[in-house]
Design a protein around this ligand. Structure first.
Ligand SMILES: Nc1nc2c(ncn2[C@@H]2O[C@H](COP(=O)(O)OP(=O)(O)OP(=O)(O)O)[C@@H](O)[C@H]2O)c(=O)[nH]1
Ligand SMILES: [Mg+2]
Length: 328
């Protein structure tokens, strides 16, 4: 990447990295193309942006053309993972997604309200995590595409209504999942079937634990399960323990945040690059731009396992909160 780029280029580039839709991405790339100085040194970058624009345009045309059926159950991952909110009817799945994300799924006291999944983004500190509200799990019928969605998920939030036989709901839900060869990953050791099954991490949420008066029932329920399940009691209605839930989701996805900075500048802590635990500096350069990946000379890191400004190699394992300055 040329070093003499105007500051507004970096602003647009940041927006591009955060852009969700193809249209937004195309708009940012076109803006970057108009800002970037036109000379020999930038030829390959400009060509790269043009290629990306035409790819995105072709992809969106194919979708608009109507020749491809886009199912409501096919939800592209946004952010570092897909978290599926599951449970039997009326337990408060839609209420939870409504409370925690920018989505507004329908909530109603009557059963079987939700009939298609609705994704929304939940802000945890400075990271947007995708939650998906789903139709109720039912012994009678389970949409095959919902099964696929669950199998692909990075985490299941299994919602129970604490006020209506939560033990039966848990049993029903786990049985339905098992019938579809989906096993909570913490039960892996107790499972004989190790072929053709999908292990997905699960956190049980005992919902409708609106205030202290519900704590006793919740504790009894927890004891009943002998701490076998990762469990948090929450209230989608009053917001109880939702911060605890957000932290548990973040931890479960096993992710870390890295901040890039230019020499002699402060990092922007509102714009992390989110990576999987165990990611290296090499992986980080790929996220930023292929030029950094190919031409990296050295990098300086500020963070918990590096002393301030320490020079590190490509195999350096990044830590949550690291600030990285790349030099090419
Ligand atoms: N008291 C209390 N009621 C809640 C809470 N969360 C949801 N509800 C109520 O429970 C009912 C069902 O809520 P929904 O969010 O529609 O439940 P759902 O699980 O999405 O239901 P389906 O779409 O049918 O599967 C509504 O009347 C909500 O107001 C909660 O934390 N406390
Ligand atoms: Mg619903």
């Amino acid at each position: 990447m040329p070093t003499n780029l105007p500051p507004d280029f970096y602003e647009v580039e940041k927006r591009f990295r955060l852009a969700k839709s193809p249209a937004e991405k195309i708009a940012c790339l076109e803006e970057m193309l108009s800002i970037i100085p036109k000379h020999k040194g930038t030829d390959h970058i400009r060509a790269d942006y043009r290629r990306q624009i035409s790819k995105l345009k072709t992809a969106s045309k194919t979708q608009k053309g109507g020749s491809i059926h886009v199912s409501a159950f096919r939800i592209d991952q946004e952010g570092p993972g897909q978290v599926v909110v599951l449970g039997t009817t009326n337990v408060g799945k839609s209420s939870l997604v409504d409370k925690l994300t920018n989505a507004t799924p329908e909530v109603a006291s009557t059963p079987y309200t939700t009939w298609k999944p609705t994704p929304g983004m939940m802000l945890v500190d400075n990271v947007q995590i995708q939650l998906i509200d789903t139709p109720p799990l039912d012994r009678e019928y389970l949409e095959p595409e919902l099964v696929d969605l669950i199998r692909r998920a990075d985490l299941i939030l299994l919602v129970l209504d604490l006020q209506t036989y939560p033990d039966q709901q848990l049993e029903t839900t786990v049985e339905i999942l098992r019938q579809n060869r989906i096993i909570p990953s913490h039960l892996k050791d107790q499972t004989d079937e190790d072929q053709f099954v999908w292990y997905v991490p699960v956190i049980v949420l005992t919902n409708k634990c609106d205030d202290e008066s519900m704590d006793e029932i919740c504790e009894i329920f927890q004891e009943l399960l002998e701490d076998e399940w990762p469990m948090i009691s929450i209230s989608a209605k009053t917001g109880r323990n939702l911060d605890k839930l957000k932290k548990a989701v973040f931890d479960s996805l096993k992710i870390l945040r890295v901040y890039s900075k230019a020499p002699d500048e402060e990092p922007d802590f509102s714009q992390p690059v989110v990576m999987k635990n165990g990611a290296t500096l090499e992986d980080f350069t790929k996220e930023i731009h292929k030029d950094f990946h190919e031409k990296l000379k050295f990098a300086k890191v500020w963070g918990s396992t590096a002393f301030d400004g320490q020079m590190v190699q490509r195999d350096y394992i990044l830590q949550d909160g690291d600030v990285v300055e790349l030099h090419i």
